[in-house]
Design a protein around this ligand. Sequence first.
Ligand code: IDP
Ligand code: MG
Length: 153
Amino acid sequence: MADRTLIIIKPDGVQRHLIGEIIGRFEKKGLKLVAAKFLKPDNTIATKLYAVHKGKPFYDGLVKFLCSSPVLATVWEAQGAIEIARKMLGSTFGYEATSGTIRGDLGCSRGFNLVHGSDSTQSADYEISIFFRPEEIVNYEFADEHWLYGKNE
Ligand code: IDP
Ligand code: MG
């Protein structure tokens, strides 16, 4: 059974013209894009997304940052999508993230780290519901689906 994860190209990713670069990596990896929405998050959306961080020193700045520019919210599907995407993101701060990861290759900042990715099935379900109604998530098959995974996987 495939997992779904919410990936957001954050304000700095949009402003730095990196949307194509970032979503291209997920596409090439073989994850399936099942929903996308380009929007400027308001305070309600940002506080819902970052509810787990309420009370932390960076919380106010983080909410303000997410509302500062449009973002691209996307949902990707694959077996193990959440874990795969987290590995592709790299660790939280750009200056620490390993080369080869999105954050490691494309930025050096602490807070401006280009991309959000869900960290568990539970948070993925919650985060996806902030941006998408169930009917906005598209079910379809890739024509090359049988080349992405072996028969018994
Ligand atoms: P994650 O995005 O790797 O899951 P979290 O710890 O969930 O990292 O933090 C959410 C976001 O908050 C980060 O992606 C980053 O933008 C921001 N953030 C986290 N820690 C700090 C900090 O110490 N200073 C500034 N921003 C931070
Ligand atoms: Mg997180």
